[in-house]
Design a protein. Structure first.
Length: 103
């Protein structure tokens, strides 16, 4: 009990101002670290993915999110028709395309 009272702040009017400033600096530093380590790289990846999806052309070889490999047989606004072999064509959302294979 006495230990908790000894840890309580003293009411002599000192302290408090410097603690608030250092706390704000610490929160700012944590936000900057999160921005440069998490938010910014994720935004860059999303921008690159969007650019890749907009540049798709008929005949491109692609890999889909499920691991399916095929070539684009047709394009629509939100979907693509993928030829997966033996004249089998499946319609997928554009967002299912993970990579375009460059040969």
């Amino acid at each position: 009990m006495y230990y908790l009272l000894a840890m309580a702040p003293q009411a002599d009017g000192q302290g408090g101002g410097g603690g608030m400033f250092s706390t704000l600096i610490m929160f700012g530093a944590i936000f900057a670290i999160f921005y440069f380590m998490i938010i910014r790289p994720q935004q860059k990846r999303a921008k690159d993915q969007k650019k890749m999806l907009e540049a798709l052309q008929k005949g491109d070889k692609v890999v889909l999110s499920g691991g399916i490999h095929g070539s684009i047989a047709g394009l629509e606004d939100k979907t693509v028709l993928v030829d997966v072999g033996n004249n089998v064509k499946i319609k997928f959302e554009r967002s299912a395309i993970v990579t375009v294979i460059k040969e």
